[in-house]
Design a protein around this ligand. Structure first.
Ligand SMILES: NC(=O)c1ccc[n+]([C@@H]2O[C@H](COP(=O)([O-])OP(=O)(O)OC[C@H]3O[C@@H](n4cnc5c(N)ncnc54)[C@H](OP(=O)(O)O)[C@@H]3O)[C@@H](O)[C@H]2O)c1
Length: 334
């Protein structure tokens, strides 16, 4: 959305994108006591992270657990803070509840699924393309639904005639209406995006108008009589820094306990950023797409070995292999 000028918190162009990242501190300001040169940190800011070296306030850095890779560190803050705050602060997720999450194979969807598993007996309904169902099922989605070929409202009702307790809606428009209709009494619908506005390469005013026209419209009386709750969530508008720091602390603890683990879809070097954007835009990713600041190394094919070199550059396995090398090369300045 930022790329198409639809993220209102982003400064106007020229602007460097990137809200989150990870790296090693190269220098600290005189008054900074809580961080030191050499610390491995995760960073969360509003924009500017697509750079080799960044300057961020110490308060926007979070120490990385030793066993966490830089790729995982960069993948964690936005997706997991969003998922955690929606599930546990806004929706007050409890044992035995059911959750419908759209874009279940996306970064937030994966985070929501993992966090739901930290609470006993939570049922997760997740919409995603059929090709992604096996992976999201393995990740913990109880009922994957192919929204492209099936009516997800009918599919949910077949399994749970009374609907669900929590709906997480990043789509907007008519999907918000459907989400509201699926809520059980005392259920909570959380609207946290408007992905239906993004359809092609460029800003699509028609899709935006359609999404706006079809949005959920309610009277307070109807809200009261249906016993349902509707709430919005936008990480960028949370002014409580202490809440972010506390929640990051909880997330890093969950990571250290092995209860959550960011899923890295693929890694691209800075000069391949267009390919990374294309992968997301074409909806191919399952989990997070990562940008690596170091330049791509030339592939050297030994003359004595005519065998083709297998291109494993963009697989998750390769990302893990690259962990050591990245540890040395990713740099950030606190
Ligand atoms: N409010 C906040 O604070 C906040 C924070 C983070 C993210 N968000 C929002 O949450 C949403 C998910 O973010 P993410 O980072 O998890 O996304 P992502 O990783 O890029 O996931 C995108 C996936 O969602 C699926 N999808 C379904 N309908 C889509 C549509 N209309 N447009 C694009 N993709 C669609 C596609 O998979 P299929 O193959 O299954 O279709 C696509 O691959 C975005 O709308 C984002 O703006 C909001």
């Amino acid at each position: 959305m930022g790329k198409q000028g639809l993220y209102e918190l982003l400064p106007p162009p020229p602007v460097t994108l990137g809200m989150e990242g990870s790296g090693v501190i190269e220098a600290v300001g005189e008054d900074v006591k809580e961080r030191k040169v050499g610390d491995r940190v995760i960073m969360l800011i509003r924009s500017g992270m697509y750079q080799e070296v960044v300057v961020v306030a110490a308060g926007n850095t979070f120490p990385m657990p030793e066993q966490m890779s830089f790729e995982e560190g960069a993948a964690l803050p936005v997706n997991y803070l969003t998922a955690y705050l929606m599930l546990f602060e806004s929706a007050n997720l409890k044992p035995g509840k059911s959750v419908l999450v759209h874009m279940a194979a996306g970064g937030v969807g994966v985070a929501v699924t993992q966090l739901c598993q930290t609470v006993p007996d939570v049922t997760v309904f997740g919409t995603a393309s059929a090709s992604k169902h096996e992976i999201i099922s393995q990740g913990g989605v109880t009922h994957p639904i192919d929204y492209r070929t099936k009516d997800y409202v009918e599919e949910v009702r077949k399994i749970s005639p009374n609907g669900v307790d929590i709906v997480l809606d990043p789509l907007g428009g008519s999907d918000t209406q459907k989400g509201f209709s699926l809520l059980k009494p005392l259920g909570m619908l959380i609207v946290f995006g408007a992905a239906n506005c993004v359809t092609g390469q460029k800003k699509n005013l028609l899709a935006m108008a359609k999404t706006w026209y079809n949005q959920l419209s309610l009277s307070m009386l109807k809200l009261m009589q249906t016993n349902k709750g509707v709430c919005g969530f936008h990480l960028g508008y949370i002014p409580d820094e202490q809440l972010i720091i506390r929640t990051m602390g909880k997330l890093l603890e969950l990571y250290s306990q092995g209860k959550i683990k960011p899923r890295i879809d693929s890694c691209y070097h800075f000069e391949e950023a267009t390919d990374a954007m294309k992968r997301m835009h074409e909806r191919q990713n399952i989990g997070k797409v990562i940008l690596l600041p170091e330049a791509k190394k030339e592939e050297v094919v030994p003359k004595s070995n005519p065998e083709p070199v297998e291109n494993v550059e963009k697989t998750e396995a390769a990302a893990n292999e690259k962990k050591e090398e990245t540890t040395e090369e990713v740099k950030a300045e606190g």
